[in-house]
Design a binder for this molecule. Structure first.
Ligand SMILES: [Zn+2]
Length: 1007
C-alpha cells in the first residue's frame, strides 16, 4: 500500500504588492512533518500501567502455572493432536512458529471457550480453506447482495463459528457438518457482536478437530459513498456522470463486503463470481474463467480460483472503464484500466510500459516468478491511499498512475514511477509472502519502500535514487519523526482494530526501508539477494514474521563464512524506538585512535524527563559504523566498526592536527553523527575549499545532521548557518535539497518573528549566485523525458523555489510575467517543472482575478497532474475571503476529490495568511472531518500534523491542548500526542535558542 508521499510541494507566500519594499517572505514547501503520520504515544500512565500489569501478571502466571499444569495432565490426551496446528496458526512475536503472546484480550482459556467473540482476535479453533463468493451488484441503487460458502477445518473442538462482518445485513445462515456425517447442523443462536465486528453462530453440538465443515451465509449491504470496503465513486465523461464500484480491504475492511476470517494469517483460496448489468465490466484478482449473459441483460463473470491468499488482498470492481495492454516475455498479461478518455489520450501508457519492465526486473532480482496469469492496474478517481497492491488487481488513485507528458512535471513523474515500483514489489513482499500479523507490517512496507529506489534505478539508472534521493526523502525524513520521544518501535504491539490503522505510518515505511538498506549494505548486495530468494521460496503462499527473515539472512551470511547473528543486531533496531547519535572524537591518549560514544537522539530532552519510566533504561544499538579520515585532498578508505557499547575506542588511519574525521560514509546507517567543534570546523573548511573530496551523499548527510543536532541543542545555532556558506559552490542537487528541507523547517519556526528578514536575507544571499547562474527553464519540453538532464533540472527547480519562497524580487517578477503571458495569450507556456512555483507565486502576489483564472482552469483541466497543481495554487492567496470560500467548497461540494480536501486544508495552513484560518476551520469542522476520514487514520493524522506543525507560541500550545481535551480524538489520539510534543519543542526552541540564532546572524559577515 502506498501512502500519499508529497515531496517538495505546496509553496505559499506572504502577501505584498510586487513593488512593496518589504518584499514577501516565502514559506515552506516540503514539509516533512505534514506528510508523516501517527506515532503511538508512550505516556507515563501507559507505562506505569504496563509495569503494574507485568508485576501482577507474574504473580498470576505462577498461580496459573500450578493450576494449568494440573489440568493439562488431565487433558493432555485430548489436546495433543491439536497443539502443533494451533501454534502454527497463531501470530507473531517475531516468529511464525512461536505461539502468539500478543493475542488481544484476556488470555483466559475458559473465557475463550465460553465467549470467544469477546476477544479482539478471532479464536484459533477454526481455519478457513476455501471460499465460494457470489455477488450481485446493483449499480442503480448502490446495493449488493451476496452468498458466501466457506469451507473450514476445525482445529480445536468448539461450538462457535466466529466470523468478521461489518455493516452487513446477514439474512440466512446454514452450517453443514463434515463429510463423514453429511447434513445440516442445528444452530442454537446467532448474533452480531459489533464492538469486535464479528458475527457469532453458536451450534447445538461441537465441531470436532481435524474435520472440515461448511457455512453458507446470504447477506446484503450498501455500496457506500466513502473510501473503504466495497465503495463507489464517480467521474464525468462527455458531460455525463458515470459511477464505478471498487474495493479497498486493507487492513480490516473485507468484512464490510462479505463474512470472512479477516486476519492475514487465515489464508485460503477464493472463487469469486460477480453479477451485474451488461453495460458494466467487472474485474477481480484472477482472470474471468467463464461468463454467462442472461436474457434480461445481466452478466455473471466467474473468476478462476485464486492461490492461497489473505482476505485483505482480495479485490474487485464494477465499472465502465477501457484498457490498454502489454505482455511480458514470461507471458503475464498486464492491462491498465481507466476512464475511457484517459485511455484514449494515452495517459496510461507510461505506467503500463514501466510495469512490464518492472515485472521482469523483480522476477530476475528475486528469482521467483510472478505468481498469477495476469496483472490489472486500475486507475480510480477516489482512493484513501496512493495505491493498493491487491494481488493481480492493483488499484491506484488517478494521480499516481496517469501521466500526461506535455503537462506533467518531473517530480510528478518521479512520484508516480515510485508508486508503481512500490506496488509491483508487493506482488512478492505482501501478496505472495504476507506478514503474520500487523505488528510487522514494515516487513512488507519497508521492503516495498526500499525497492521504490532500487526499482526506479533499474528503470532510470541516471536518477541515482538509492544512493542519493533515498537520503533526503527517506532517511532524513524519518529521522525527524523518530527523534521524537513519542515515537514507537517499528515492530509494535497491535491488539485492536484501531491499532491496526496506526501501524501504517512513516516509521513502518521509511524506517523499515532505512533499516533494510543498512542491512543490505552490511551483508553485501549478492548475499542479501540470495537471502531474500530463500525467504520468499520458503514462505511463498504463506505468512512470515521478522525472525523468519532474520534466519534466512543469517543463513545466507553463514554460507559465505560470515558469522553475524542478524537477529541479535536487528532486534535492537526494530524493538527499540528511535535511533542513536554517534559522537566520534580523536582519542588524546592513543595515537590514531578515536573514541566513539552512542546515545539515544531525542529533539526535546525534557520529553525524556517527562517520561522517566520509558527513558530510564539505556538505549543501546549494534551500530555498523564506517569512519574515514581525510585532509584537504584525500580521504581514507573506510571499514565497518561495530559499536555496541556506550563508549568504545577504535584504531583508525593516520591522523594529525589537520585531518578530519567523517562517520557513516555515504549515509548507509540509520543514525546521526556528531563531532567536536574543531572537527566540525575542519569539515566546513573542507567544504569551502574542495567539497568534492567528500561524497555527495555525505555532503547532504552533514547538512541534515548539523541542522538537526543544532535544533536539538547538541551544537550552537550558528554551526549549521556557517556550513551552508559553501552552497554557492555546490553544483549537485542533493546537498541543495537537504539544505532547503532544513531551511524550510527553520522557516516554520521563524516566519512570525520580528527579525525574520535577517534570516531570509541570509538564505537569499546563499541562493542568489546559483539562482542567477542557472536561470529559468526556457523551452517547454517536447514531451519526452530527458533522463540525463534530471539532476540539472531538479537543481534549477530547487533553487528557483528557494529564491521565490524567500522573496527574491527577480524570481517574483519572472513568475508574474509568466502568469500574465498565460492570461493574455490564453496559452500556457510555463514549463511543467516550475508550474507549481509559478502558479503559487502568481496567486499570492497578483490580484483576485488571477485566483479566479486559476479556479476556472482547475475546473476545465482534464489532465490529472495539472488539476492537482492548480488546486494547490489556490491555497496560496493572501485573501482570507477566497481562502474561506475554497475551504468551504472543498468540504461541502464534490468539486474536490475527498482525498484532496485534506491537502487543501493543509495548504491553507502552510500559507502564513491562512494559518489561523486553517487552524480554526480544522477545529470547527473536526466532527465532520473525523466522521469522514477518521477510519482512514493515515489521512486524519496527516491533517492533524498539517494544521498544527506551524504553531509555536505558548498561546497556540494551550489552544491545542484545550481542543484535545474538549473533543473526541477517536483513533487519532496518537497523532494529537505527537502534535503536542512538536509544538512544545517549537515553543522551547524559541525560548532557548532564538536569541542566540539572531545574534549570530546580526554579526555575521555573510548575513
Ligand atoms: Zn505498500
Amino acid at each position: 500500500m502506498s501512502l500519499d508521499d508529497k515531496r517538495g510541494k505546496g509553496l505559499s507566500f506572504t502577501q505584498m504588492g510586487i513593488e512593496d519594499n518589504n518584499m514577501r517572505n516565502g514559506r515552506g514547501l516540503s514539509d516533512q512533518w505534514a506528510d508523516t503520520v501517527v506515532v503511538r504515544p508512550r505516556t507515563t500512565d501507559r507505562n506505569i500501567t504496563v509495569h503494574k500489569k507485568l508485576v501482577l501478571g507474574f504473580a498470576i502466571s505462577i498461580l496459573t502455572l500450578i493450576i494449568v499444569t494440573a489440568i493439562a495432565v488431565l487433558l493432555s490426551v485430548s489436546f495433543e493432536d491439536c497443539t502443533v496446528a494451533e501454534s502454527s496458526l497463531r501470530a507473531g512475536n517475531g516468529s511464525s512458529t512461536k505461539p502468539n503472546q500478543s493475542q488481544g484480550g484476556n488470555p483466559n482459556h475458559k473465557d475463550e471457550d465460553t465467549q470467544p467473540w469477546r476477544h479482539h482476535r478471532l479464536p484459533t479453533s477454526l481455519r478457513p480453506r476455501h471460499y465460494d463468493l457470489k455477488l450481485s451488484v446493483y449499480m442503480d441503487n448502490f446495493t449488493f447482495s451476496g452468498e458466501v460458502n466457506i469451507e473450514f477445518e476445525c482445529v480445536n473442538s468448539t461450538k462457535f463459528i466466529v466470523l468478521h462482518t461489518d455493516r452487513l445485513e446477514v439474512e440466512k445462515v446454514v452450517v453443514y457438518s463434515d463429510n463423514k456425517k453429511p447434513g445440516v447442523m442445528r444452530i442454537h443462536r446467532q448474533f452480531h457482536y459489533p464492538s469486535n465486528q464479528v458475527y457469532v453462530i453458536a451450534l447445538h453440538r461441537e465441531m470436532k478437530p481435524q474435520r472440515t465443515y461448511k457455512v453458507n451465509i446470504t447477506f446484503e449491504a450498501q455500496i457506500e459513498n466513502e473510501l473503504l470496503g466495497f465503495f463507489r465513486s464517480s467521474y464525468v465523461l462527455n458531460g455525463e456522470k458515470r459511477y464505478l464500484a471498487v474495493t479497498q480491504f486493507s487492513p480490516t475492511h473485507a468484512r464490510k463486503a462479505f463474512p470472512c476470517f479477516d486476519e492475514p494469517i487465515y489464508k485460503a483460496t477464493f472463487r469469486i463470481s460477480l453479477k451485474h448489468e451488461a453495460t458494466y465490466l467487472s474485474l477481480s484478482n484472477m482472470p474471468v474463467e467463464n461468463s454467462i449473459t442472461d436474457d434480461d441483460g445481466w452478466v455473471t463473470n466467474y473468476f478462476s480460483r485464486t492461490p492461497r491468499m489473505s482476505t485483505y488482498y482480495l479485490a474487485w470492481t464494477v465499472c465502465n472503464f477501457t484498457y490498454k495492454e502489454a505482455l511480458t516475455d514470461s507471458g503475464v498479461l498486464i492491462r491498465l484500466y481507466a476512464r475511457p478518455n484517459a485511455i484514449s489520450s494515452g495517459s496510461g501508457d507510461y505506467a503500463l510500459q514501466i510495469t512490464k519492465r518492472l515485472l521482469q526486473f523483480y522476477e530476475d532480482y528475486f528469482k521467483v516468478k510472478y505468481s498469477l496469469p495476469k496483472l490489472d492496474l486500475l486507475a480510480v478517481p477516489k482512493h484513501p491511499y496512493a495505491a493498493m497492491e491487491n494481488w493481480g488487481l492493483s488499484v491506484f488513485v488517478e494521480q499516481k498512475i496517469l501521466l500526461d507528458p506535455e503537462v506533467s512535471s518531473f517530480s510528478y513523474q518521479m512520484e508516480l514511477t515510485m508508486v508503481v515500483v512500490h506496488e509491483i514489489c508487493h506482488q512478492w513482499f505482501g501478496d505472495l509472502v504476507t506478514p503474520v500479523w500487523w505488528e510487522d507490517v514494515w516487513l512488507k512496507e519497508g521492503f516495498a519502500h526500499f525497492f521504490e529506489y532500487v526499482g526506479t534505478d533499474f528503470l532510470f539508472p541516471k536518477w541515482n535514487m538509492e544512493k542519493q534521493r533515498f537520503l533526503t526523502d527517506v532517511l532524513h525524513e524519518v529521522m525527524l519523526l523518530d527523534g521524537l520521544a513519542s515515537s514507537h518501535p517499528i515492530s509494535q504491539e497491535v491488539y485492536e482494530a484501531t491499532d491496526i490503522d496506526r501501524v501504517f505510518d512513516w516509521i513502518a515505511y521509511k524506517k523499515g526501508a532505512a533499516l533494510i538498506r543498512m542491512l543490505a549494505n552490511v551483508m553485501g548486495q549478492s548475499v542479501f539477494q540470495r537471502g531474500l530468494n530463500d525467504y520468499l521460496m520458503t514462505h511463498m503462499y504463506g505468512n512470515a514474521a521478522r525472525d523468519d527473515l532474520w534466519n534466512k539472512l543469517s543463513e545466507a551470511m553463514q554460507r559465505e563464512g560470515k558469522d553475524i547473528n542478524i537477529k541479535e543486531v536487528m532486534d535492537r533496531w526494530t524493538l527499540q524506538m528511535g535511533y542513536p547519535v554517534v559522537t566520534i572524537s580523536k582519542n588524546e591518549s592513543l595515537d590514531n585512535a578515536v573514541t566513539v560514544t552512542q546515545e539515544h537522539f531525542v529533539y526535546d530532552m525534557d520529553a525524556k524527563i517527562r517520561d522517566p519510566e520509558l527513558f530510564n533504561r539505556s538505549f543501546l544499538w549494534h551500530i555498523p559504523l564506517t569512519v574515514a579520515v581525510g585532509n584537504s585532498t584525500h580521504i581514507s578508505p573506510e571499514a565497518i566498526i561495530w559499536v555496541s557499547n556506550k563508549t568504545e575506542t577504535h584504531k583508525v588511519g593516520q591522523m594529525d592536527e589537520e585531518t578530519w574525521l567523517l562517520g557513516n560514509i555515504n549515509q548507509m546507517g540509520y543514525f546521526r553523527v556528531n563531532y567536536d567543534l574543531h572537527n566540525w570546523r575542519l569539515l566546513m573548511e573542507q567544504l569551502m575549499n574542495n567539497h568534492a573530496v567528500i561524497s555527495i551523499g555525505n555532503r547532504a548527510g552533514l547538512i541534515d545532521d548539523v541542522f538537526n543536532l543544532a535544533r536539538a541543542g547538541f551544537l550552537p545555532q550558528n554551526v549549521p548557518l556557517q556550513m551552508i556558506c559553501y552552497l554557492p559552490q555546490e553544483k549537485e542537487f542533493l546537498p541543495w535539497h537537504a539544505s532547503s528541507r532544513a531551511l524550510y523547517q527553520l522557516d516554520k519556526l521563524l516566519d512570525r518573528t520580528e527579525d525574520y528578514s535577517l534570516f531570509s536575507d541570509y538564505v537569499l544571499k546563499q541562493v542568489a549566485p546559483k539562482y542567477h547562474k542557472l536561470g529559468w527553464p526556457t523551452t517547454s519540453p517536447d514531451g519526452s523525458f530527458m533522463q540525463s538532464a534530471y539532476q540539472a533540472e531538479e537543481l534549477q527547480r530547487e533553487v528557483i523555489m528557494l529564491a521565490c519562497s524567500f522573496g527574491n524580487k527577480h524570481c517574483h517578477r519572472q513568475a508574474v510575467s509568466l502568469i500574465s503571458d498565460w492570461i493574455s495569450s490564453n496559452k500556457n507556456r510555463i514549463p511543467p517543472n516550475v508550474r507549481d512555483i509559478v502558479y503559487c507565486t502568481g496567486v499570492s502576489l497578483m490580484d483576485e482575478d488571477v485566483w479566479e483564472f486559476i479556479w476556472m482552469k482547475f475546473h476545465s483541466s482534464t489532465a490529472i497532474s495539472e488539476k492537482k497543481v492548480l488546486l494547490e495554487a489556490l491555497t496560496c492567496s493572501d485573501n482570507s475571503f477566497l481562502l474561506n470560500r475554497l475551504l468551504n467548497l472543498s468540504l461541502t461540494s464534490d468539486l474536490v476529490p475527498d482525498q484532496d480536501v485534506i491537502d487543501v486544508i493543509i495548504g491553507v495552513g502552510r500559507n502564513p495568511h491562512g494559518r489561523h484560518l486553517a487552524w480554526r476551520y480544522f477545529r470547527d469542522k473536526w466532527d465532520t472531518l473525523n466522521a469522514r476520514y477518521g477510519e482512514a487514520l493515515f489521512m486524519i493524522s496527516k491533517l492533524i500534523s498539517g494544521v498544527t506543525e506551524f504553531l509555536n507560541t505558548e498561546a497556540e500550545l494551550s489552544e491545542l491542548k484545550d481542543f484535545i481535551q474538549t473533543s473526541s480524538g477517536g483513533g487519532a489520539v496518537a497523532a494529537f500526542a505527537r502534535a503536542v510534543e512538536m509544538v512544545e519543542a517549537n515553543v522551547k526552541w524559541h525560548r532557548l535558542y532564538e536569541r542566540q540564532f539572531y545574534q549570530w546572524l546580526r554579526k555575521s559577515p555573510n548575513g
